[in-house]
Design a binder for this molecule. Structure first.
Ligand SMILES: CC(=O)N[C@H]1[C@@H](OP(=O)(O)OP(=O)(O)OC[C@H]2O[C@@H](n3ccc(=O)[nH]c3=O)[C@H](O)[C@@H]2O)O[C@H](CO)[C@@H](O)[C@@H]1O
Ligand SMILES: C=C(OP(=O)(O)O)C(=O)O
Length: 438
């Protein structure tokens, strides 16, 4: 049975929580078949969990995925003094009492989204002390746009010995903010800070990602007044207080894209359910360009991949509604065995091609020139020992391993567990031979 977890070490950690030594072992070459459901979005759940800090009482999030990043957000909430309970994919956060305004460095460093707690904590308590956030290493990931905007809202921010000591003794005051880039994290931080500020905040050149709309919908369900989220100009009318609410997280569009790439790379035929097709509108035409046949409804995509994929002419990562940077590595893994040369341009992050070296160990022929990656499709990839360098790069190695001839062993899978809930179990349901091993 390919799905069994094999423990070679002394004591196994809790399922799905990898330690450095855990790895995936894949026997490739099996076309995937069957149905798979997409879990809730990591990149929505994390800002939503931060947003619960704004509320005076309990909030309940449904469809909140069981991921190590979500655990990290829950640990931050607990440290702040909130009550946090998880039952399956429902997380209840009681924010009646908040006793701390700081976040310990180790929790800040666990993920990038820890930084959006800043706007929420200061909005609620008038002060916060944090260090710079962690997250995948994709090149420089500054937070200058966050800090500039929060200062404009009246937050005093002192940087000292790696700490950000922040305060707004008399509360934050709404203002007009022009982002020089539609940063997702900065837009979220501003929305959270402005939700309880005095007066109106306007964000020009705001990020338009579905996760931004999800955050606005949550804040509004809690009594907030956020208008036009999903457009490039968002208006937030600050309110005196927010109450908790019950809310369902949107499906994870990158997980959906990853499963489609798994099918494409294996010549598979699968139905991906519980997604939002509108959210992957930039990805679906690329699957068709590769020769996959799609049957699309609002909440599902059936994909039938050809024996040999066709190359992709021009894949450029862009802010939403453009092609997402998070899907670049998974799609590249599928394109590695396409017929012809595919061209990718990574425009969001300066160093998001770390998976390329690992794919090349499996026989891929990919050359990088600055922002561009030229993928010469090879007939087949071969199983090899590879290392997950980051979350989506790790997913790319799974895709490559599923399509490859022979055995692939992927180490450092803790990166993959940040964003994919029980990915090996789900892939086994589609007939894949993938095991988590110690
Ligand atoms: C626009 C975009 O695709 N954003 C992606 C980004 O969000 P994330 O919120 O992490 O990143 P941003 O959207 O803020 O940043 C995108 C770009 O802006 C730069 N920047 C950002 C903030 C700042 O204060 N200063 C600054 O220079 C970053 O270095 C990067 O080059 O990574 C996430 C995880 O992969 C993805 O889910 C998001 O879709
Ligand atoms: C890189 C990602 O996450 P983070 O921004 O938390 O590092 C991602 O979701 O692909």
């Amino acid at each position: 049975m390919p799905c069994k977890r094999t423990n070679i070490g002394e004591s196994a950690p809790k399922y799905g929580r990898s330690v450095v030594v855990e790895r995936f072992v894949i026997s490739g070459g099996i076309p995937l078949e069957g149905e798979i459901s997409v879990h809730g979005a990591k990149n929505s759940s994390l800002p939503l969990l931060a947003a619960t800090v704004l509320c005076k009482n309990e909030s309940v999030l449904h469809n909140c995925p069981n991921l190590s990043d979500v655990d990290a957000a829950c640990k931050i909430l607990k440290y702040l003094g909130c009550g946090v309970k998880r039952e399956g994919n429902t997380v209840a956060v009681n924010t009646k009492e908040i006793t701390h305004s700081d976040v310990p460095d180790d929790l800040m460093r666990e993920m990038r989204s820890s930084v959006v707690f800043l706007g929420a904590i200061v909005a609620r308590l008038g002060r916060a002390e944090i260090c710079f956030p962690g997250g995948c290493e994709l090149g420089a990931r500054p937070i200058d746009l966050h800090l500039q905007a929060l200062r404009k809202l009246g937050m005093e921010i002192e940087e000292s010995h790696g700490k950000l000591i922040c305060s707004a003794e008399h509360g934050l005051v709404g203002t007009s903010i022009n982002l020089t880039f539609p940063s997702v994290g900065a837009t979220e931080n501003i929305m959270l800070a402005a939700a309880l500020a005095e007066g109106e905040t306007v964000i020009n050149n705001a990020a338009q990602e579905p996760e931004i709309i999800d955050l606005a919908n949550f804040v509004n369900a809690c009594g907030g007044k956020v208008k036009d989220a999903g457009k490039s100009r968002i208006i937030i009318e600050g309110v005196k207080e927010l109450h908790g609410c019950e809310y369902r997280v949107i499906p994870d569009r990158i997980v959906a894209a990853t499963y489609l790439c798994c099918a494409a790379a294996t010549g598979g035929n699968i139905l991906v359910k519980d997604l939002c097709a509108d959210h992957i509108a930039s990805i679906l035409p690329l699957m068709e360009e590769m020769g996959c046949k799609l049957d699309i409804t609002q909440d599902s995509v059936a994909i039938r991949a050809p024996k040999r994929l066709k190359a992709l002419k021009d894949v450029r990562t862009m802010p939403y509604p453009g092609f997402p940077t998070d899907a670049q590595a998974p799609l590249m893994a599928a394109a590695a065995t396409a017929n012809g040369t595919s061209i990718f341009a990574e425009n969001i992050f300066e160093s998001r091609y770390k998976h390329v070296g690992e794919l090349c160990r499996m026989g891929a022929d990919i050359k990088i020139a600055g922002k561009v990656a030229l993928v010469e499709g090879v007939d087949t990839l071969y199983g090899a020992n590879v290392r997950a360098t980051d979350l989506r790069g790790g997913a790319a190695l799974i895709i490559a391993g599923l399509g490859a001839k022979g055995r692939t062993e992927i180490s450092e899978i803790k990166h993959i567990d940040r964003g994919y809930e029980e990915i090996e179990k789900n892939l086994c349901l589609l007939g894949a031979d993938i095991k988590r091993m110690l």
